[in-house]
Design a binder for this molecule. Structure first.
Ligand code: SAM
Length: 323
């Protein structure tokens, strides 16, 4: 009996082992048949993975993680294929990157402007003419930067000179030495000879203003609006003296710091004295503006005897700050 019972127990054990083996084989083939404990672990891991993917709890929010990886790869591919990256990017990042590019371009052109500006203040007119004639695009770079700087000035000296001309007879013939964009000529009725290193307008005469093609004693008003830049600026003033009629006007606007002895600049009285030696008399001066000074001279009737040496003051460069 004992044996029988044992035999029955053996048979039962065998049956149960067989069942267990079948169950185990089945569960290996289908994970859904795992124990509830296992199933629980899987569910938690799956939901953690899902959370990471959906960006609502993982370290890498989906937008940044997935998109940057995807966009970079696909953008690179499209650039390689000749397509502009902008086509593949969401709108906001396009405007962000293009405004960054704009800022970088502005910095570069700002730096280029300051370099050209310094060059113009530290070389002779003949050298500046050669530089700009060899590459006239430098003139556009310079003037874009110059206009940017001027936009921060509360008042522009050229506007004061335009007003002065409007208050006088329109029959006065004007020579604008270093006219830039020729704003003066465009703003008055007078006949204006606009002179600069590059002719940005058909009416502008391209030359070094130390040597203009103008006829002697043919001009009523000579204007230098922030244009006494070259180290040989006395030659520009001598040229103005040559082309001016007797009693003709010489109007000079200069950056204040260049003629401010308290700020490393020259003595304005020394500047006036030099021009007196050249044959001009000072009519008035205006130092009221914070940014620039104005001088109003007239050519003396009788030409003063040739002076051998004039002790011109040294005018320091006007270097614009990075904004
Ligand atoms: C600071 S900008 C002033 C432009 C204009 N007068 C104004 O007020 O808007 C000086 C101008 O003088 C010109 N210039 C400097 N040296 C010159 C030279 N030797 N001969 C002719 N033009 C010169 C520059 O090219 C530049 O356009």
């Amino acid at each position: 009996m004992e044996i029988h019972r044992t035999g029955t127990a053996d048979i039962d054990r065998k049956k149960s082992n067989k069942k267990k083996r079948r169950r185990r084989a089945k569960s290996n083939a289908d994970p859904s048949q795992e124990t509830s404990q296992h199933r629980g672990e899987h569910t938690a891991q799956n939901s953690k993975r899902k959370k990471r993917k959906s960006g609502d709890g993982g370290c890498f929010p989906q937008k940044e993680f997935n998109c940057s990886a995807k966009t970079t790869a696909s953008t690179e591919k499209q650039i390689q294929n000749g397509m502009h990256a902008e086509h593949t990017k969401p709108k906001q990042s396009v405007s962000k990157s293009s405004s960054l590019l704009d800022k970088m371009r502005a910095r570069l052109s700002g730096g280029h402007f300051r370099m050209l500006n310094e060059k113009l203040y530290t070389c002779r007119g003949s050298e500046a003419l050669e530089l700009f004639q060899n590459d006239p695009s430098l003139f556009s770079v310079y003037h874009a930067g110059y206009q940017e700087q001027m936009s921060h000035w509360p008042q522009q000296p050229v506007d004061i000179i335009i007003k002065w001309l409007k208050d006088h007879s329109p029959s006065l013939v004007v020579a604008d030495f270093g006219c830039g964009d020729a704003k003066l000529a465009k703003s008055v009725k007078n006949k204006v000879f606009s002179l600069d290193l590059v002719s940005c307008e058909p009416s502008v005469i391209a030359c070094d203003m130390a040597h203009t093609p103008l006829i002697s004693s043919s001009v009523d008003v000579a204007v230098f609006c922030l244009s006494l830049m070259g180290t040989d600026f006395p030659n520009y003033l001598k040229e103005a003296h040559r082309v001016l009629k007797p009693r003709g006007w010489l109007l000079v606007a200069e950056v204040k710091s260049r003629l401010d002895p308290g700020n490393g600049g020259a003595d304005p009285n020394k500047f006036i004295k030099s021009l007196q030696s050249l044959g001009f008399s000072i009519v008035s001066k205006d130092f009221s503006n914070k940014m620039f000074m104005l001088f109003y001279f007239q050519k003396e009737k009788e030409r003063t005897p040739e002076v051998k040496h004039i002790d011109w003051p040294k005018l320091k460069a006007c270097l614009y700050k990075r904004r």
